[in-house]
Design a protein around this ligand. Structure first.
Ligand code: 2AM
Ligand code: CA
Ligand code: CA
Ligand code: CA
Length: 256
């Protein structure tokens, strides 16, 4: 593999290429099917994006393992060596119902350490990408660490079902914040926290939902842990808390 700056440019090129395909293909009727429920959908574009990303990675980094949501990758059992974790289309329900507010996410871990992460907001054409060695950039500027806001000083992103079921005392936690937001895409929620528009996000997520966001968040001094503050497991589902340091402290004092 090339050095990180070159790899960064190559991944940004893949994302721009995928974006052009998605914008063209989404004008045609989508082939939509249900996975586990009518709220858990997959489309032809989730599947074709994943096949394309897997084929880019296979050519670029042939020894790597690939973990992808739609199963075109490998059956990854450990984080040794190069592991790419990809969500070919995040926010599929938004994509189907809104044709907006969805993302493509790509992450590279080497021996368990996050090296490069990318979240592309497709309709806005903004890539949030980079990692601990090179910083976090869009196409136009570098992101700085957001202000270390407390819970009451900012907006908290949450998963709708977790709020409705009051998991972890979430309704009281939301009351204590300035307000709650539900965007329906983990990638779009991570973007809000990275840019300081929300001071946190809580959701039940799979590895491909948080792999890229974790790398970018940690590069910007944000914390990504389980809701109880313990480390996330990169190969299983987790109830994830993304937040500023002060907001994490406030939330850990209120969870039950
Ligand atoms: P997805 O669109 O890639 O499936 C809101 O639903 C967020 O949670 C989205 O980022 C979605 O990712 C993710 N998510 C994870 N598991 C889900 C599930 N079982 N049903 C719907 N969304 C899920
Ligand atoms: Ca899905
Ligand atoms: Ca997802
Ligand atoms: Ca997805």
């Amino acid at each position: 593999m090339n050095n990180l700056q070159q790899t960064d440019q190559i991944i940004r090129g893949w994302l721009e290429e995928l974006r052009m395909d998605v914008l063209r293909e989404m004008r045609d009727p989508l082939a939509v099917s249900e996975k586990t429920s009518r709220k858990d959908l997959v489309t032809n574009i989730d599947k074709s994006n994943e096949k394309k990303i897997v084929s880019f990675i296979r050519k670029f980094d042939p020894q790597a393992q690939i973990l992808g949501e739609e199963g075109s990758g490998d059956d990854v059992k450990d984080m040794h060596g190069h592991v790419w974790i990809i969500d070919p289309l995040d926010g599929t329900l938004n994509f189907v119902k809104q044709r907006d507010n969805f993302a493509i996410m790509i992450a590279l871990y080497i021996d368990g350490k996050g090296v490069l992460g990318y979240i592309m907001d497709v309709t806005s054409d903004i890539i949030y990408g980079g990692g601990p060695e090179i910083g976090v950039f869009t196409q136009s500027h570098e992101l700085k660490a957001p202000a270390n806001l407390t819970l009451r000083e900012g907006l908290l992103g949450v998963s709708g079902p977790m709020l409705v079921h009051d998991c972890y005392n979430l309704q009281a936690i939301d009351e204590a914040s300035s307000g709650v937001r539900i965007l329906g895409s983990a990638g779009m929620e991570f973007i809000q926290v990275l840019t300081g528009k929300q001071n946190g996000y809580i959701s039940h997520l799979m590895p491909w939902d948080f792999a890229a966001g974790k790398i970018l968040s940690e590069t910007l001094e944000l914390l990504v842990t389980k809701v109880d503050g313990t480390p996330v497991d990169m190969l299983s589902s987790n109830d994830v808390l993304v937040s500023t340091r002060n907001t994490q402290k406030d939330i850990l004092n209120m969870i039950r």
